[in-house]
Design a protein around this ligand. Structure first.
Ligand code: TYD
Length: 203
């Protein structure tokens, strides 16, 4: 059995990560891995209810941060930790790097408070690998404009997403060995090859 891995996918809205998660899951299952595909905020009934609130209701940055970490706590306890303990691979669409990028970078919320919440909620748990889809904020905005209606984050301006991207870069600088940078501005098939290589699969 291949060892359990916790792999997360990050990037600003419109970076294109969601398409690739399904392909990675399919390829890992083909070779016999047990795979759980999940997302944040979300992944449990409670966390999905919190997601709905975070994405639609006006609230201040502390409330927003507390809700995403409350959702994360439930998700870790009910889904992520049991799956890893059972030897399964967990593919998660966003995790705590998104909190540092969106609440920390985008909203300008206190990083020290986020670090404290991270310690309380995760008790040392970190992803084994994080794929960061790096796309210029302007290109991501073009892609979003062609997609569906914007939620509370997707409706933010370019400057917000520049700050989110900077939030990701700071997070990567603090733990570079955990991250694989994927150039999300490349054509889809090239991005897909890079994604498969990053998780250790043949293209
Ligand atoms: P996203 O993952 O992009 O889902 P979809 O593809 O369905 O739009 O949307 C989740 C949004 O939540 C995204 O705009 C980033 C935001 N978010 C935070 O602000 N903080 C967090 O900790 C997480 C996990 C997400």
């Amino acid at each position: 059995m291949t060892p359990a891995r916790f792999i997360t996918f990050e990037g600003i809205d419109g970076a294109g990560k969601s398409t690739h998660i399904a392909v990675v899951a399919q390829r890992l299952r083909q070779r016999g891995d047990e795979v759980v595909v999940t997302r944040e905020p979300g992944g449990t009934e409670l966390a999905e209810a919190l997601r709905e609130l975070v994405l639609t209701r006006p609230m201040d940055s502390l409330t927003e941060s507390l809700l995403v970490f409350a959702a994360r706590r439930d998700h870790l306890q009910r889904v992520i930790e049991p799956a890893l303990a059972a030897g399964q691979t967990v593919l998660c669409d966003r995790f705590t790097d998104a909190t540092f990028a969106y609440q920390g970078g985008g909203r300008g919320f206190d990083l020290g408070v986020l670090r404290t919440l991270e310690q309380w909620v995760q008790a040392g748990r970190q992803p084994d690998l994080t794929l960061w889809f790096d796309v210029p904020a302007a290109l991501a905005a073009e892609r979003r404009a062609q997609a569906r209606a914007a939620d509370r984050f997707e409706g933010e301006d370019l400057a917000f997403f520049e700050r989110v991207a900077e939030g990701y870069r700071q997070r990567i600088a603090a733990a570079p060995q955990r991250f694989a940078r994927i150039d999300g501005a490349r054509p889809l098939d090239e991005v897909q090859r890079a994604v498969l290589a990053a998780v250790g699969l043949e293209p």
